[in-house]
Design a protein around this ligand. Structure first.
Ligand SMILES: Cc1cc2nc3c(=O)[nH]c(=O)nc-3n(C[C@H](O)[C@H](O)[C@H](O)COP(=O)(O)OP(=O)(O)OC[C@H]3O[C@@H](n4cnc5c(N)ncnc54)[C@H](O)[C@@H]3O)c2cc1C
Length: 397
């Protein structure tokens, strides 16, 4: 089948590799430069690491930092609950720089598809379909010219502001604001985390901290996100990579500390700080319009609680390729199978993240401390964490 993918990020490149490897002819069109990826840290769940390995990124864990355990802490560093340590030899969660993940996907895509099937600086403007083909109009930003293409199937892997989604489901573009602004950055520090992910704080201010890259000098690049509740939406449009400043948020984290590290000092040592309003969109009833299908953030943008955005996008990609293969490349059957395996499941994750997913351990602990609810600490926390893990675990094909 001749398949066109709009968007060359996590979902788009993973799908391109998986589909090419199952015998399709694939082209990817990305509006930015595929060889200059940006972004900060991304968490990959074990099932996403396995999915990436299955399409050829066998060394993905070694490009980031294996996360051996996740701990939930009070602002002053008291451990509330530590998730189970990953057993020796098992596939772990991985913290990784987004640019490193993108480069690994791009390199694998170059090997499978070849450079002539990977187009940078090409932005989808419009698409439509008839009984036989999907037709798309793109703008080549370098040549400043529009051009037309056609394909048997078009994948909308074009993220949060998906043009493909706006064309096939124009009435489903409303953002839902969480009430939380997140400031994010990366700091080079000594390896005090030793493969641990920390979640710390409560309803008004919460931070997530994990290592994302080992450096040759023995130091580590640590990714952090500082989330602050701001009921009034101050950032109207969720634009990635909007610059932020330490003074805008750090006051909310006075007194936050882990072992002998003052969390605001970690923030202050970052070179760049980005800010972003946490948003999602209402879960959909369908991601498919005949020969056009959505995946990743285009289909199901979600709050980052639980660190599932990239992971669910990767599993969408591999599941879509397998569903098409198992349906004998019958588009309609294959896409229905893809949705049967993914849609309800991912919609549950979107909804769970709205009630903070596993991070509700922190808010429940806070409420319990203030006498607002009564919980049996460890059992309650274990149920939250294990419940979330099984909710997010993909269904097999
Ligand atoms: C620049 C950027 C930085 C990010 N940084 C982080 C981060 O630091 N941490 C984190 O957890 N998540 C980050 N994300 C989000 C994260 O990549 C996604 O949530 C997740 O990986 C799901 O990926 P996706 O491929 O579905 O969507 P995305 O990663 O958003 O990718 C969508 C891709 O489609 C392209 N695109 C959009 N519209 C068009 C169009 N009309 N024509 C052609 N191409 C188009 C975009 O340029 C982008 O490359 C970032 C996303 C972007 C785009």
């Amino acid at each position: 089948m001749d398949i066109v993918i709009i968007g060359g990020s996590t979902a788009g490149l993973a799908a391109a590799i998986a589909l090419q490897k199952t015998g399709h002819s694939v082209r990817v069109y990305e509006q930015s430069n595929l060889t200059e990826p940006t972004g900060l840290g991304v968490g990959l769940q074990p099932f996403a690491v396995e999915a990436l390995m299955s399409i050829g990124l066998t060394n993905i864990a070694s490009l980031g930092v294996p996360i051996l355990s996740t701990g939930f802490y009070t602002p002053d560093g008291k451990l509330l609950y530590a998730g189970k340590k990953t057993p020796e030899g098992a596939v772990t969660k991985v913290g990784i720089k987004r640019a490193v993940l993108q480069t690994a996907l791009h390199n694998e895509a170059l090997k499978c598809l070849g450079p002539s099937s990977l187009y940078s600086h090409c932005e989808l403007k419009h698409c439509h379909q008839d009984d036989n083909f999907v037709y798309a109009t793109l703008h080549d930003k370098q040549a400043n010219a529009d051009f037309q293409i056609k394909a048997d199937l078009l994948l909308g892997a074009d993220g949060l502001h998906s043009t493909v989604r706006s064309i096939i489901f124009p009435d489903q573009m409303q953002f839902n604001y969480s009430g939380i602004i997140t400031w994010r950055g990366m700091t080079v520090a000594d390896d005090f985390l030793k493969g641990r992910m920390l979640l710390m704080g409560g309803r008004k201010a919460k931070t997530v901290i994990y290592p994302a890259q080992y450096l040759p000098n023995g130091k580590v690049k640590i990714y952090w996100a500082a989330e602050v509740l701001q009921e009034t939406q101050v950032l109207k449009t969720p634009i990635r990579n909007m610059p932020g400043h330490f003074d805008e948020f750090a006051g909310n984290f006075d007194g936050f500390k882990f072992e002998n590290i003052a969390v605001p000092d970690l923030y202050r040592s970052a070179t760049d700080v980005l800010k972003f309003p946490i948003v999602d969109r209402e879960p959909m009833q369908s991601w498919v319009d005949k020969k056009i299908v959505l995946l990743g953030d285009a289909a199901h943008p979600m709050f980052p609680m639980g660190g599932n955005g990239a992971s669910q996008a990767i599993v969408d990609a591999t599941t879509l390729a397998r569903s098409l293969r198992l349906s004998g490349n019958n588009v309609s059957k294959g896409l229905n199978q893809y949705m049967a395996l993914r849609l309800k499941k991912v919609n549950q994750v979107v909804r769970s993240n709205r009630s903070l997913g596993p991070d509700s351990i922190l808010t429940d602990a806070e409420a319990s401390d203030a006498g607002m609810i009564k919980i049996d600490g460890l059992t309650h926390y274990r149920e939250i964490l294990e419940g979330y893990k099984s909710l997010t675990q993909p269904l097999g094909v």
